[in-house]
Design a protein around this ligand. Structure first.
Ligand code: PMV
Length: 328
């Protein structure tokens, strides 16, 4: 095989972000926005690895791992390094020094809490791996993607890579406990709204760690509340109780405000969502800007929420839960 292809979905975190870093549960869903990756063995027999993404970043790593930017400035290196490291791990495992060209096409806004880096890592690992073997081992792909994600933020919970690889609505606690798929009786009309403020997950997670170190008792108390919310939310999700899920999203957001990861634009968006009929709204992902999710009572209401967000000058889109996860 000289060419491999894979795609992986973006994600939203419905409950439990940040606390999941400390082994507490979270509920995530993969969504119908994907990142597509094409991997080709270089025809010129050189051992260079080039990566080009349609989010305006491109560069090339020579045989010694030296990086040369061709597009996107210094930000390119930070974004492409984890992908390069994932590719190198596969080549090492295969004892191969072949050169590879990667092309990435993304439908996911980067840096706003929708798991674009995890989806890129998962799809890149899978596309390169498919050059060497036909049947993907999803667990192995997910493991390798998590290792690469650690270059972006060292203490990643791994939740983003899991949901992007396996798809659906999942309850995740930690790598050793794995994840559980949640089957639901009803669909959940969700909207994503983007503050337009890019965040650094690593910096936000570090900020929460500082908060935890200074406010031990309060943090443990909030973590307990967030875990209880997850527990109740998994019951409400399974039985299709949209209003209860919305209420729990609002409660989860109050906890996120207390650990200091909200942002005035996220608060603005949440108010718009709630005032236009959403049954619940909260930050999704690391926060500090990023994205907000809102749950509507019906699909019609969801369209109203999405259009009100747009009328206020923000980007928003309606999302469905993706059931497929990684596709090779
Ligand atoms: O904002 P994102 O997509 O990078 O999500 C980060 C989720 C956190 O819980 C804040 C960190 C983690 O590793 O789970």
């Amino acid at each position: 095989m000289t060419q491999g292809k894979a795609s992986a979905p973006a994600k939203i975190i419905l409950f439990g972000e940040h606390f999941v870093v400390y082994g507490n549960p979270a509920i995530l869903a993969s969504i119908d926005k994907r990142i597509f990756v094409r991997a080709c063995i270089r025809s010129d027999k050189e051992d260079r690895i080039s990566i080009r993404s349609d989010i305006g970043m491109a560069g090339q790593y020579d045989g010694n791992g030296e990086f040369m930017i061709s597009k996107g400035g210094v930000e390119s290196k930070a974004t492409l390094d984890p992908l390069y490291s994932a590719i190198k791990r596969i080549l090492l495992a295969r004892n191969s020094r072949t050169g590879i060209e990667i092309g990435i096409s993304s439908r996911v806004p980067p840096g706003v809490g929708l798991g674009s880096s995890a989806a890129s890592c998962v799809a890149t690992v899978a596309a390169v791996d498919s050059l060497f073997q036909k049947k993907p081992n999803k667990h192995k792909i997910c493991e390798l993607a998590i290792e690469s994600e650690k270059l972006i933020h060292k203490t990643t919970s791994g939740a983003d890579c899991y949901v992007s690889t396996f798809g659906g609505l999942i309850k995740y606690q930690c790598k050793s406990k794995g994840f559980k798929k949640l089957e639901t009786k009803r669909s959940f009309p969700l909207v994503v709204a983007n503050t337009g403020i890019k965040h650094s997950t690593g910096d936000l997670v570090a900020g929460v760690r500082k908060f935890k170190d200074r406010n031990h008792v309060l943090f443990n108390n909030l973590a307990k509340q967030a875990s209880d919310i997850c527990f109740q939310a998994s019951i409400a999700l399974k039985s299709g109780k949209r209003y209860r899920v919305g209420q729990l999203m609002n409660e989860n957001h109050t906890i996120l405000q207390q650990i200091g990861v909200s942002h005035h634009k996220a608060e603005d968006l949440i108010e718009i969502c709630r005032n236009s009929g959403a049954v619940g709204a909260k930050i999704t992902g690391a926060g500090g800007g990023g994205s907000v999710i809102a749950l509507a009572g019906t699909r019609e209401d969801r369209t109203v929420v999405a259009s009100r967000i747009q009328a206020a000058g923000y980007d928003s889109f309606e999302v469905e839960i993706d059931q497929k996860g990684l596709i090779v």
